[in-house]
Every structure is written in structure tokens, then in C-alpha cells.
Design a binder for this molecule. Structure first.
Ligand code: UGA
Length: 435
């Protein structure tokens, strides 16, 4: 099928590439010339395992092209809208300007029977409004939210755990469902559960899924706060409650809290939208989820300051990890980078290292000292902080690190190290919510 993907950020670039790998003819459109030129050269504009290879394969087959010229999308049977919906600069709501401009740009090229498929995360009510806007062209709209995780983006796109189609209620639903089924044929044939619903439900599925995940993480971080004043161990607590299949152990890792381009802004946008709809109280707990989450960053900064008896000025700290999670170079709302910046602002000398995110971090926090390796970062350090649980850090041997640094204090902001091993090697180990 001939497809276009409008917006080639994380979601769009991966979606375009994955759809081309399924045999569709895809054109990816974006206003960012640098991004388009990288993608056209077969290079992913961000770190995502496997994406470079898949891009090159699809491009060599001639199935995938990228352009800044939206007129090249004309003639595609289906147009995916995959632009970003960041937090508004002046409040908590979602900034829909990229969605609106994508639809405005599509309007002149849409024809009778074309399908516009929304994938961006939007406030409930947006799809209905956009469907009205495109109605006069004879095109139809489906809302098909995306649940991919960075670091697993290709796998999540090609083998999702569910597909959600929000379709119009005015008679064309069956046709729209069969078009999407055709696009996602391998996943459908593999028995992927598919929920066909109305626009509002599809929009809400996406934001409520992220709200649930954020709540789960803040729940365990709240337990970490209680553990910190009672001497309990939140990691054992998580293991023990996680054995209950109704609770489950995944997304119960206490630490520095969640970040990234999705969970933080999505829970804020959800709260803002609920307030607009007069049901703010229904998700008021998300404000608390956000507050618990932000307190964890503060807690890590305090643990570091405590290690310097409250006076971190001119003291040397190694911050290992800047990305908001491992296997990503994304530093959007990254708790790791936030803590590094707080330390810098408090006068500490921060030596920061990340296996993939130094370039993106440098753009946001140019004043940090960036190291090229763990050894370089820890050499001068008096305190070492593990802020993102990259495998490289999880597998560090305390004895080897001891040989290159004068520090003997490690703050494990992700609870990803073995406290016994570090203590046995003579380190003062401090975790989050554990004795
Ligand atoms: C999240 C959702 O997991 C995806 O399903 C969704 O599609 C995506 O947002 C989106 O809306 O686009 P992602 O932002 O890639 O995906 O990251 P997650 O793996 O969900 O991690 C989010 C944050 O939570 C990270 O900072 C991570 O370190 C943190 N986290 C995760 C914890 O602190 N504890 C945990 O137990 C799990």
C-alpha cells in the first residue's frame, strides 16, 4: 500500500521504517531538513537499537523515501499523522500546534476515500475536531494510538501487544478497519488483540495507559519514601508484592523517578484536559503522582549534598547516565540530567558520562563537564552517582572502579547495583528506599 507518514520524530521515523519493512511504499515527511537528510542517508536521527539497519534495508529496496515536500504525500491511500504533542510552554496542556499544522498541510492533497490515521498522543476530543476539518475533502479519519517504548521501538511497532482503532461512527467503520488490518497484516495474522472503538475511547486508551504506568512508578517511589524513614527495603517490598499476579513486578522499580518525552507531559496534559471537561477531580491523583516523581530527583540531590555534609560547592561528583532511561539518547525531562544540573547549580563540579546521550545532554546543559568514559568521569570524583541504569554501569566491578577513583561513596539512584558487592569492596553504598 502507498502510505505517507507526517512527522519523522521518534514515532514517525520508526513507524515509516517499520511500515516499509512490511512491504509498503512509504514516504516520510518532516519540516526539519537536517532530520530528513539524515533519514534519507539511512541514518537514524536518534539512538534506537536496530533502526539504522532497518532504514538502510528499506531504503535500498526503494520502498522508503523522506522529504520536506508534503506534495509527495499526494496519492498515498493512507496518511499517518505522527507529529509531537509537547507540553505547552505556558501551562500543563498539550501543545497541538504540530497536529494542527500537519492537518492544514494535508488538506489540499487529500482526496475522496483517503484515510488519515492519527498516531500522535492527543487530548480527548481532538480526533472529533480533526475529522470535521477534513470532512469536506471526502477523506476519513481513524485514531490509532501508538504504544512503543524507546529502546524497543521497532519490536513494539512490528509486534505490538495490542492494536487500537478509533473509528468514526458514521458508517465507514468496516472499510476503515479492513484498511488498517491490511497495513498491519503480519500482526493481525499473528493474533494481536485488536480493539475497535470510537475516537474518544481510542484517545483515552493512550493517555490512561501512560497515566497508569506513571502511577505505578510513583506508587513504588512513595513506598520508597516510607521505607526511608522506617529502615525497610523497597526493592524487597516490590519483589514481594510483585509476586501477586494482579500487581505484577514490572514498572515497580523505585529510584530517581520517571522522565522522557511521554509520561511526564502526558499526565500533565491529561489533568489539564480533565479540568477543562469539568472532571478535574477524577484525575487529581495524577498531580500527586507528578509531585512524588519530582521529589525523587530532589531526594537524590539531597543524598549527594549529604555526602558533602551539605556543602557541595567545588566538590567533584561523577554522574553516570544522562538519558531518561538506558538504551536511549533521549534527555527530554530526564531525571538524571536534572540531578546533574541541580548539582552544578549548587556549585559542584559535575563530571557526566553517558554511553549515548552526551550530545543531546550538551545541548540542554552545556556547562557540565562531559567525560568520554566511566573511568574519566570517576577519576576526580569524590562521590559517584548512577543515574541511568545502562548495562555498562550495572556490570561495573567495584574493585576495578576503586583503582581509578579516590571516591568510595556510590549513590545508586536506580537501585541497579548489588549493595553487598560494593560494600564488600569498601564502598559506602546508598540506594533509594533501601537501608
Ligand atoms: C512510555 C510508555 O511505556 C510507552 O508505552 C508509550 O508508548 C510511550 O511512553 C509514549 O507515550 O510514547 P517511554 O517513554 O519510552 O515509553 O519509556 P518507559 O519505558 O515507559 O519509561 C518511562 C520512564 O519511567 C523512564 O524514565 C524509566 O526510567 C522510568 N521507570 C520505568 C521507572 O522509574 N521505574 C520503572 O519501574 C519503570
Amino acid at each position: 500500500m502507498k502510505l505517507s507518514v507526517i512527522g519523522c520524530g521518534y514515532l514517525g521515523a520508526v513507524h515509516a521504517t517499520a511500515m516499509a519493512s512490511l512491504g509498503h511504499e512509504v514516504v516520510g515527511i518532516d519540516v526539519d531538513e537536517e532530520r530528513i537528510s539524515l533519514l534519507s542517508d539511512g541514518k537514524a536521527p536518534f539512538f534506537e537499537p536496530g533502526l539504522d539497519d532497518l532504514l538502510t534495508q528499506a531504503r535500498d529496496l526503494g520502498a522508503l523515501t523522506f522529504s520536506t515536500d508534503i506534495s509527495l504525500a499526494q496519492g498515498a491511500a493512507v496518511h499517518f499523522v505522527a507529529v509531537g504533542t509537547p507540553q505547552r510552554p505556558d501551562g500543563d496542556g498539550a501543545d497541538l500546534r504540530f497536529v494542527d499544522s500537519a492537518i492544514a498541510a494535508l488538506l489540499p492533497i487529500l482526496g475522496l476515500g483517503d484515510l488519515v490515521v492519527g498516531k500522535s498522543t492527543v487530548p480527548v476530543g481532538t480526533a472529533g475536531r480533526l475529522a470535521e476539518q477534513i470532512r469536506s475533502t471526502g477523506a476519513r479519519l481513524v485514531w490509532n494510538p501508538e504504544f512503543l517504548r524507546e529502546g524497543f521501538a521497532i519490536e513494539d511497532t512490528l509486534r505490538p501487544d495490542r492494536l487500537v482503532y478509533g473509528v468514526t461512527q458514521n458508517g465507514s467503520a468496516e472499510r476503515d478497519v479492513s484498511i488498517l488490518d491490511e497495513i498491519y497484516r503480519p500482526a493481525i495474522d499473528a493474533g494481536t488483540p485488536r480493539v475497535v472503538t470510537d475516537y474518544a475511547t481510542a484517545e483515552l486508551v493512550k493517555v490512561s495507559a501512560n497515566a497508569f504506568l506513571a502511577t505505578k512508578i510513583s506508587f513504588i517511589n512513595a513506598m520508597a519514601e516510607i521505607a526511608e524513614v522506617t529502615g525497610a527495603d523497597v526493592t524487597q517490598l516490590a519483589d514481594a508484592i510483585g509476586f501477586d499476579a494482579r500487581i505484577g513486578r514490572r514498572f515497580l522499580n523505585a529510584g530517581i523517578g520517571f522522565g522522557g518525552g511521554c509520561l511526564p507531559k502526558d499526565i500533565r496534559a491529561f489533568s489539564a484536559r480533565a479540568e477543562e471537561l469539568g472532571v478535574g477531580q477524577s484525575v487529581r491523583f495524577l498531580r500527586e503522582v507528578d509531585a512524588i516523581n519530582l521529589r525523587r530527583r530532589q531526594r537524590v540531590a539531597e543524598l549527594i549534598a549529604d555526602a558533602f555534609d551539605g556543602e557541595p560547592q567545588d566538590r567533584h561528583v561523577a554522574v553516570l547516565g544522562l538519558a531518561f532511561k538506558p538504551d536511549s539518547d533521549d534527555t527530554r525531562d530526564s531525571p538524571a540530567l536534572d540531578v546533574a544540573q541541580r548539582l552544578h547549580d549548587a556549585g559542584a563540579v559535575v563530571h557526566a558520562y553517558d554511553p549515548a546521550a552526551i550530545d543531546t545532554a550538551r545541548r540542554i546543559a552545556p556547562d557540565l563537564h562531559f567525560a568520554e568514559s566511566v573511568d574519566n568521569a570517576v577519576r576526580e570524583a569524590e562521590v559517584v552517582v548512577v543515574a541511568t541504569e545502562w548495562r555498562e554501569f550495572r556490570e561495573m566491578l567495584p574493585e576495578s572502579i576503586s583503582q581509578v577513583t579516590r571516591s568510595r561513596t556510590i549513590i545508586d539512584a536506580r537501585n541497579c547495583l548489588d549493595p553487598q558487592a560494593w560494600r564488600a569492596a569498601g564502598w559506602d553504598y546508598r540506594g533509594m528506599g533501601r537501608p
